[in-house]
Design a protein around this ligand. Structure first.
Ligand code: G3D
Ligand code: MG
Length: 201
């Protein structure tokens, strides 16, 4: 059997998620937003000192979500420096969900983050892929509120075909991360169901 076509066959049984099912999740965002901190916080459940990501980091992490479900997430943390952003497309081609990390303190670059986020949501590769937007660094005194971030990122303009959730977090201590993943997981299940129903029509 050829492997390449396995994805669509698997997603048809997605609602009864088998225990071995692993979700492909891409972590994106501007450089220094906290992507690598999020990844290693989830992986080791502790704070790890990070260095700027040149290529990408990848980890498989088993995460215990609510209702005693364990889901394996295969995370791809891609560098966010401007020269690396064209690479994002190749990671989002077959992703089940996208985690987009923003620095809640970086007012100056919020507009740049918005541009990249909307580019991503409208690219053909990631059309309809659920988005978990992490408002990171909420521990800092001068962090923007969720309402401000929602407005500055123009999340309301993402369009009906892209499910999204905005999650406040502090990646250094891990606050909000599991909650966010839980929401992402639910959005992925919903989207799969919706796509299955559309195919039947
Ligand atoms: P990136 O992978 O998106 O480029 P990193 O970002 O994970 O490398 O993080 C960039 C810097 O932000 C790091 O600090 C990291 O410790 C810090 N950071 C990440 N998450 C949080 C958070 O929730 N709160 C605070 N206060 N800082 C955070 P350095 O000093 O190493 O640049
Ligand atoms: Mg990094």
């Amino acid at each position: 059997m050829k492997m390449g076509n396995g994805v669509s066959a698997q997603s048809s049984v997605f609602s009864n998620l088998p225990f071995w099912k692993s979700l492909h999740i891409t972590i994106l965002g501007l450089d220094s937003a906290g992507k690598t901190t999020v990844l290693y916080r989830l992986q080791f459940n502790e704070f790890v000192n990070t260095v700027p990501t040149r290529g990408f980091n990848t980890e498989k992490v088993k995460v215990a979500l609510g209702h005693s479900r364990t889901v394996t997430f295969h995370f791809w943390d891609v560098g966010g420096q401007e020269k690396l952003r064209p690479l994002w497309r190749s990671y989002t081609r077959c992703t089940d969900g996208i985690v987009f990390v923003v620095d809640s303190v970086d007012v100056e670059r919020m507009d740049e983050a918005k541009t990249e986020l909307h580019k991503l949501a409208h690219s053909s590769e990631s059309q309809g892929v659920p988005l978990l937007i992490i408002a990171n660094k909420q521990d800092l005194r001068n962090s923007m509120t969720l309402a401000d971030i929602e407005k500055m990122l123009a999340l309301g303009e993402l369009g009906a075909s892209t499910p999204w959730h905005l999650q406040p977090s502090c990646a250094i201590i891990g606050d909000g991360l599991l909650e966010g993943l839980e929401r992402l997981y639910e959005m992925i299940l919903k989207q799969e169901k919706r796509q299955k129903q559309q195919k039947k029509k």
